[in-house]
Design a protein around this ligand. Structure first.
Ligand code: GLP
Length: 241
């Protein structure tokens, strides 16, 4: 596992965007795994600027997002679908037909998850997966538990996650208490993984990730088993010695 500690959020976002840019230039038909949350917003902003300057072409890429609240309508402003449109997809030239996000209003959640997993298979797996990390060590919505689920599945959200994400629901809207999420094996099939974290609030969990051993109570610690993981963080989030 490589850990890159950068000065601040801006530098972290630039470094992450550089890795994604290199991936897309090297393999224009890359399959990118994308994350939501506050952390990757700066990275997406840099990618949009590069696209607008004509330096990047997303016309051949395929994207898979990690997760979506459940139930939620895709056009709900709190949905991850809306977030991705707003922060990235509406501003670049990735074809709609190659964008994948679990459908938060699917009637049959199990079927939706099975189909999502099938589409991941058909796309040949993910070349580069972007991840954030929850304060409780979750990646995507794989919440700490005695056992973790391998494939895309529906999951209840923990108190910690409901509290952490309440900041996105300050307009009185109720946060869904469940989500559809790629599982640990779906994420682990990615050839390369890039985990981003910033701010002092993430320092403790990053320290647990790198120094606390491998445990399902910190799902991100399983990343220690993956052969190609890079963590990029700012100095406030850098793991303690
Ligand atoms: C969310 C998402 C994760 C994300 C994490 C951290 O709930 N499901 O994919 O990485 O929590 O979010 P943030 O970047 O806002 O701290």
């Amino acid at each position: 596992m490589k850990i890159l500690v950068l000065e601040d959020y801006e530098q972290m976002s630039l470094a992450a965007a550089d890795l994604i840019t290199a991936q897309v230039k090297e393999k224009p038909d890359s399959v990118l795994g994308l994350a939501t949350g506050g952390t990757p917003v700066g990275t997406y902003k840099v990618l949009v600027e590069r696209y607008q300057r004509g330096e990047l072409d997303f016309s051949k890429i395929t994207t898979f997002n990690l997760d979506e609240y459940y139930p939620i309508k895709p056009d709900d402003t709190h949905s991850y679908r809306y977030f991705m449109n707003d922060n990235l997809f509406n501003h670049i030239n990735v074809p709609e037909s190659r964008i994948h996000i679990p459908n938060g209003e699917a009637e049959d959640a199990e079927l939706e998850c099975a189909n999502y997993e099938k589409m991941l298979d058909e796309a040949g797996g993910i070349d580069l997966q972007i991840l954030g990390i929850g304060l409780n060590g979750h990646i995507a919505f794989n919440e700490p538990d005695e056992t973790l689920v391998p494939c895309t599945h529906k999951t209840p959200l923990t108190e910690s996650t409901l509290e952490a994400n309440a900041r996105f629901f300050t307009d009185g809207a109720t946060m869904p208490d469940s989500a559809l999420t790629m599982g640990m094996a779906s994420i682990f099939r990615a050839k390369k993984i890039l985990l981003l974290a910033n701010g002092a609030g993430k320092r403790e969990i990053l320290t647990k990730l790198v120094r606390g051993g491998i445990t399902t109570s910190v799902p991100a610690s399983l990343l220690l088993l993956h052969p190609d993981v890079t963590i990029i963080c700012d100095k406030d989030a850098a793991p303690k010695d």
